[in-house]
Design a protein around this ligand. Structure first.
Ligand code: SF4
Length: 272
């Protein structure tokens, strides 16, 4: 076991900052054993195969990223649907029929979403890595899109899951808060608003942070990191089996998994 990011301190010297992403901290909260598999073990243990819902989400994200890089006159709804086909991968689907059915659905999502996007707007960032340091952490993360509106930056995160998120979820998201702090530090412009754009329902969950709510997220990140670091130094990664085991990439090798791994296509919404 090793942790390249572990904190080191020497007498009289400042402690090294712990480098982490929101995803790393969320993985610790999901299950410390999954955290060990993902970030500590060397060599890396084998992961399960690709998921259908992940393939679908990647195609949508990639299509929207590329769409904004096109000359403005080419940014049409139909072009967005074409880009879904360009970025489509069939991994994780039951068969070709299912893959094609979901590709068609993803094209509809993107086409509909783009009807509400002004092709003349230029984002400040696309899949942009942003970072910020706190007293104890060096935080970084990659943001789907950063807009600039009314003199402020706005964090945009695309969602393709089954359930539309709400304002409480947007405000409670550690990742979005860290992105806002990182975008402000990296691009040197105020950033308080975070948005979850849910493609399947074509809805947006919007939350406006203030200094206090961002500070609470930083404190939370520092608490989670401190817990993960202390456990790592003691080699203590207690599994917390539950519903997540079905969709855990390590369920096939984990002796603590409390259920069989889900089928790769189980995360797709067959009811909509
Ligand atoms: S299978 Fe379950 S218990 Fe095992 S690492 Fe994954 S989430 Fe944790």
């Amino acid at each position: 076991m090793s942790d390249q990011n572990v904190q080191i301190s020497f007498d009289g010297m400042p402690e090294k900052l712990f480098s982490c992403t929101p995803y790393r901290l969320e993985t610790w909260l999901d299950c410390p054993k999954k955290y060990r598999y993902t970030y500590i073990d060397i060599p890396k243990p084998p992961r399960g195969g690709p998921w259908g819902h992940t393939s679908m989400g990647s195609a949508v994200h990639n299509a929207l990223r590329e769409w904004f890089t096109l000359p403005q006159e080419q940014r049409t709804d139909e072009k967005g649907a074409e880009l879904v086909v360009k970025h489509w991968r069939s991994e994780g689907f039951r068969d070709d029929e299912q893959s094609e059915r979901y590709r068609f659905r993803a094209q509809q999502w993107v086409r509909q979403y783009l009807t509400g996007v002004n092709p003349n707007d230029e984002p400040r960032g696309l899949e942009r890595t942003v970072s910020a340091t706190t007293e104890r952490l060096s935080l970084s993360g990659r943001v789907d899109r950063i807009d600039e509106r009314d003199g402020e930056l706005v964090i945009v995160d695309y969602k393709t899951g089954k359930r539309p998120p709400d304002e409480i979820e947007a405000g409670g998201s550690l990742a979005l808060a860290i992105y806002a702090i990182g975008a402000e530090r990296t691009l040197r412009k105020k950033c308080r608003t975070v948005e979850l754009h849910h493609l399947p329902s074509d809805t947006k969950a919007v939350y406006r942070h203030d200094e206090a709510s961002l500070a609470r997220h930083v404190q939370r990140a520092e608490r989670i990191a401190a817990e993960a670091l202390a456990a790592t130094s003691q080699g203590r990664f207690t599994a917390t089996p539950g519903a997540l085991c079905g969709y855990c990439d390590y369920a096939r090798i984990c002796t603590d998994a409390d259920r069989e791994p889900a089928q790769p296509w189980a995360g797709l919404d067959e009811n909509s």
